[in-house]
Design a protein around this ligand. Structure first.
Ligand SMILES: [Zn+2]
Ligand SMILES: [Zn+2]
Ligand SMILES: [Zn+2]
Length: 277
């Protein structure tokens, strides 16, 4: 892994394959329960609008050199992969370790089978340590391997330190998720910032110049650990991206209603949304 020290041309040696983003796929844009919520009789959970159906929050980033970065392994990963023809994963980036972002980790096995290789998994030290504890079976020697366990290599990254992966410049960025740390991922001029209720000033600096942002926003009413939609809009305006897509919405949010209230450049995502920069 090459660490990028700062100013100057990117990529540093000028001779690498391009790692520009070709496409971002929103695999899921729902909060931890998903929408509809099991057993909930509310109007949004019973809505027939496909944009009110939200799997757990995750995204895939496809680079123009054919590499695919998966952000988080949601419990819905299998369904998301099938729905979006996600047949290749070259790396996984973790935002944090809440169950709605990690519990699909076992689905990485299919990419081990397809690609006949282990997959690199990136996170900050505390998140990687948590994954090693939470999913200890993956890291323990067991008698029978079978088709049994994901084959992953954990790669520890440091907040604010840019590095190169697949020719793209990647920066892990500190976000506040209540009292917890959530990691935003800047990939070139794209930023993926979910599960947050504040962006530290130093992180705003690291996000300067982004073209497109995916930004977490739970609902209209206040919440201790997530931006409301209004707070997310405020943050999006400060970030100043050309385009912001909101994600991680609960069943309090009707897509069409919110769309009518939001500025044109800041809109709610929906599952299977694809965009380029
Ligand atoms: Zn979440
Ligand atoms: Zn509901
Ligand atoms: Zn969370």
């Amino acid at each position: 892994m090459l660490r990028w020290a700062g100013r100057g041309a990117w990529p540093p040696d000028g001779e690498r394959e391009l790692g520009a983003i070709m496409e971002v796929i929103i695999l899921g844009c729902g909060t931890s329960t998903g929408v509809p919520v099991v057993g909930c009789p509310c109007a949004i959970c019973r809505s027939s609008d496909p944009k009110n159906k939200r799997m757990r929050t995750s995204a895939a980033v496809r680079l123009d050199n054919g590499k695919t970065i998966l952000i988080d392994t949601s419990p819905d990963l299998r369904r998301q992969a099938l729905d979006n023809d996600l047949t290749r994963v070259d790396a996984v980036f973790y935002t944090h370790t809440h169950a709605d972002h990690t519990h699909g980790i076992d689905e990485i096995r299919v990419y081990n089978f397809i690609q006949r290789m282990s997959i690199d998994v990136y996170g900050v030290e505390e998140h990687i340590a948590h994954i090693r504890r939470q999913f200890a079976y993956i890291f323990q020697d067991t008698v029978k391997q079978g088709g049994g366990k994901p084959q992953i290599n954990c790669k520890v990254v440091r907040l604010g330190e840019a590095f190169e992966l697949f020719g793209a410049r990647i920066t892990p960025i500190e976000l506040c998720h209540g009292k917890l740390l959530s990691v935003g991922w800047r990939i070139g001029d794209f930023a993926y910032l979910t599960d947050l209720n504040a962006i530290p000033e130093a992180s705003m600096e690291l996000l300067r110049g982004v073209d497109t942002v995916v930004l977490g926003a739970l609902r209209w009413r206040p919440h201790d650990t997530h931006f409301t939609i209004d707070e997310a809009v405020e943050a999006a305006k400060r970030l100043g991206a050309r385009r912001t897509w909101l994600t991680h919405m609960s069943h309090d949010v009707d897509w069409a209603d919110a769309a009518s209230k939001l500025p044109e450049t800041i809109q709610l995502a929906w599952d299977s949304l694809r965009f380029s920069l």
